[in-house]
Design a protein around this ligand. Structure first.
Ligand SMILES: Cc1cc2nc3c(=O)[nH]c(=O)nc-3n(C[C@H](O)[C@H](O)[C@H](O)COP(=O)(O)OP(=O)(O)OC[C@H]3O[C@@H](n4cnc5c(N)ncnc54)[C@H](O)[C@@H]3O)c2cc1C
Length: 288
């Protein structure tokens, strides 16, 4: 199918882009087009104006410093994959992005587009919520920052206002000794995951887990943390007994939807299995 008719503009400044969005109620930003163009082709949306972000300066940098990792909104999946600094500066992010879609899509899809699209099965929103990331936004009222946990409000819905543009994602500093695991299951390589688990924890002097963070994607309406499982892991040694308790807690904590790909019972069992796999992977994954 062909998309509906739309006007097109490629502004050269953020101010101009925001003004275009604010002045045209039917306007929508476009970045890599990997989600928006299929939506237009299926006629699930009919924006009157596409505001192309490609010419905006300064949104394509990956910054690694003592504060953590900052990803500009126009950073593409392939940029993250190719940046060797991230294998140590944020190994969980690097591992998760390897699961995103296919090469052609990774070559165009962007950080800002993924966050704004807010697919519950997308990897980056899950990493952002798991890692307490912040999202930088600019609009007619100026700049603001939202915590990822409050940014995503439901399937394909966020706190983003129509005149706002995401400028960057800020991931807090990643300690070198942190343990982590990322596991997901998709029906085919490159498909959206039926479910996925991102987790990390630090260790105290006795080797017990502290500061555990566990985020879930795909089996829920929006990415969120499994706080009951985190509470169970906190202060415990991650041995077979703890892992078994964590998988039971994960199965009890989730209320997955059923769809044509999998029923709720299957997805609940899948989440439990992925928690187990991610915890076992974390025994080997430390830092890079
Ligand atoms: C076959 C297929 C498989 C895929 N598999 C996966 C997968 O496994 N995992 C995954 O995570 N993704 C997957 N995707 C989605 C892909 O990663 C998209 O690239 C991504 O979700 C959107 O990025 P984009 O830059 O293409 O955004 P676009 O398609 O350009 O835009 C998407 C939405 O974001 C808005 N937007 C874009 N940039 C901004 C901004 N800076 N500020 C505010 N709003 C903005 C647009 O208005 C639109 O609403 C898949 C896509 C396809 C077609």
């Amino acid at each position: 199918m062909k998309p509906p008719r739309f006007e097109y503009s490629a502004p050269e400044t953020l101010d101009e882009a925001v003004a275009l969005l604010a002045g045209n109620p039917g306007a929508r930003p476009i970045a890599g087009g990997q989600s928006l163009i299929p939506i237009l082709a299926l006629r699930l949306a009919a924006p009157t104006l596409l505001v192309d972000l490609r010419q905006l300066p300064g949104l394509a940098a990956i910054t690694v410093d003592t504060a953590g990792v900052r990803l500009g909104a126009k950073v593409r999946w392939c940029d993250i994959e190719d940046d060797r600094r991230l294998t140590s500066a944020h190994p969980l992010l690097h591992a998760a992005v390897a699961h995103v879609a296919h090469y052609q899509i990774r070559n165009r899809g962007t950080v800002g587009g993924s966050l704004a699209h807010a697919d519950p099965a997308a990897e980056l929103p899950g990493i952002a919520v798991t890692c307490d990331a912040e999202i930088g936004i600019v609009g007619t009222t100026g700049q603001r920052t939202l915590r990822a946990a409050e940014f995503f409000t439901g399937p394909l819905t966020t706190e983003l206002r129509p005149d706002e543009i995401i400028t960057e994602l800020r991931l807090p500093c990643w300690p070198a000794a942190r343990r982590w695991g990322f596991e997901e299951f998709a029906l085919r390589q490159g498909d959206f995951a039926l479910a996925g688990i991102a987790l990390f924890y630090d260790e105290d002097a006795q080797g017990r887990a502290c500061n555990p963070h566990i985020g879930m994607i795909g089996a829920c309406g929006r990415p969120h943390r499994l706080e009951a499982v985190e509470a169970l892991l906190d202060g415990r040694t991650i041995d077979d007994q703890t892992i078994a308790a964590a998988t039971r807690a994960a199965a009890a904590a989730v209320d997955p939807p059923a769809d044509l790909h999998a029923d709720a019972k299957y997805r609940r069992a899948l989440v439990a299995t992925l928690v187990e796999r991610a915890l076992r992977a974390a025994a080997h994954n430390r830092g890079a």
